[in-house]
Design a protein around this ligand. Structure first.
Ligand code: SF4
Length: 427
């Protein structure tokens, strides 16, 4: 087995982001509709209604590991033939009656309704007129893009339409854009930014409600977290509302310090205050992680995650003393890959099942950072896995608190007694 694999050194050929999955490849990608749910699912004060087969509803009811309420029109065979506009109308009116506090609705168009060309826009207008609240149609049939990225894009366009023009706040107020609060990061970031005197209006869509989105133009600066999903939105907000944006990262000590300094300079905050916060945070981290550090030196890590995580998580691993042997994204943008090349020379996109397994045999990592779907393959081969989104007893990994949590979880993962029961990795 080994001889065969090493005769194929190009185990992970560099593959650009955004390419369609090759037929026959067992891709880990989700569909466009899933991407829309990922961005919009947690938006509060909104009705979320999926117009399509009931299975799409099931697929979209958990978002980032948390239940996200969703109605479905549960389309049946005869409705696929004759359409289901009346059913959609009735479902929307009923959903508004059940949720009088909702300020509007999102209607998701999935494969079936996309294929038959259901005129959901007309229904949305009729309901909006009757109820007096906006209804946004999100066109996200699963087949309409090569990955969930298209779903992010159509969702952010819909969110942009909700924003009202408002005068800018006098104090330093920011929005967190493309920050998804997967493991409680929003609170950590609010606390950290609060230490330098910066307030957070909302986290889009880590902690977002319809009314907070409507008023987000009052923030003086947008902090862009996930450029893969949200950079176009930031550009559009700058054009429409004059809100500047800056790319930031709060993963790893160097990135946190650089981001705090950039934000401090933008708002002309006292340099001494910013430097104090950085120095205090770094000291806390170094003191806490000291006992674990020797366990990380030279450990080989393999990362298979969404593209925007490759660079940040890789940098955290490197700062702790690990070596990143290779990284793969499920989908993303080529600039994410560029960032990932700062931590490893082997970067690819959308590896299939077979390629993932081969990579385990070839790279022989001591730990794998991957998502919930992919975690079982390395586990079965005896390789520890740190999975994302992380369970509630792990993380969050943003900020100084996050760096400590990451080191703790990495230590616990590498040294879990279960690996001793296996005697050694099967690789
Ligand atoms: S691929 Fe189509 S049918 Fe399947 S969950 Fe996505 S939208 Fe629904």
């Amino acid at each position: 087995m080994e001889a065969f694999l090493f005769s194929h050194p190009e185990i992970w050929p560099q593959r650009s982001c955004g390419l369609a999955t090759e037929p026959g490849s067992m891709s880990q990608r989700s569909c466009v509709y899933f991407g829309a749910r990922y961005v919009l699912g947690p938006v509060r004060e909104a009705i979320h209604l999926v117009h399509g087969a009931v299975g799409c509803g099931y697929y979209g009811k958990m978002v980032r590991g948390t239940p996200a309420p969703l109605f479905s029109t549960d389309m049946r065979e005869h409705e696929v033939i004759f359409g289901a506009r009346q059913k959609l109308y009735k479902a929307l009116v009923e959903a508004f009656a059940l949720n009088p506090e909702a300020r509007g609705a999102f209607v998701y168009i999935t494969c079936v309704t996309g294929l038959i060309g259901e005129d959901a826009l007309t229904v949305a207008e009729e309901v909006a007129q009757k109820i007096g609240k906006p209804v946004k149609v999100i066109s996200c049939p699963g087949f309409s893009g090569s990955s969930q990225a298209k779903g992010h894009s159509v969702s952010y366009k819909a969110l942009l339409e909700l924003i009202k023009p408002l005068p800018k706040a006098k104090e330093p107020v920011v929005n967190l854009i493309g920050e998804y609060n997967v493991g409680g990061e929003t609170k950590v970031l609010k606390d950290l930014l609060g230490q330098i005197g910066v307030k957070v209006h909302l986290s889009l869509t880590g902690e977002a409600s319809w009314s907070r989105i409507e008023t987000m133009s009052r923030a003086r600066l947008n902090l862009l977290f996930c450029g893969t999903t949200a950079e176009d939105f930031c550009r559009a907000m700058k054009k429409a509302f004059g809100t500047p944006y800056m790319k930031v990262s709060f993963y790893g000590l160097k990135s946190i310090a650089a981001s705090l300094r950039k934000i401090g300079a933008f708002f002309e905050l006292p340099e001494t205050l910013v430097e104090e916060v950085i120095s205090h945070g770094e000291q806390q981290v170094l003191a806490k992680i000291f006992p674990w550090r020797r366990h990380f030196w030279g450990k080989k890590a393999l990362i298979v995650l969404g593209a925007h995580r490759l660079g940040p998580q890789g940098k955290m691993l490197k700062e702790l003393g690990c070596e990143v042997v290779a990284a793969a994204s499920i989908f993303g943008k080529d600039n994410n890959h560029k960032e990932a090349t700062e931590v490893t020379s082997i970067v690819t996109d959308n590896p299939g099942d077979h390629e993932l397994e081969e990579a385990l045999w070839v790279f022989k990592p001591d730990i794998v950072l991957t998502n919930a779907r992919e975690q079982w393959r390395p586990v079965k081969l005896g390789v520890p896995v740190l999975s994302f989104p992380q369970p509630k007893d792990r993380g969050p990994y943003a900020g100084y608190v996050g760096m400590i949590n990451f080191a703790r979880d990495l230590y616990k993962c590498l040294n879990a007694p279960v690996w001793k029961l296996l005697n050694s990795s099967l690789l």
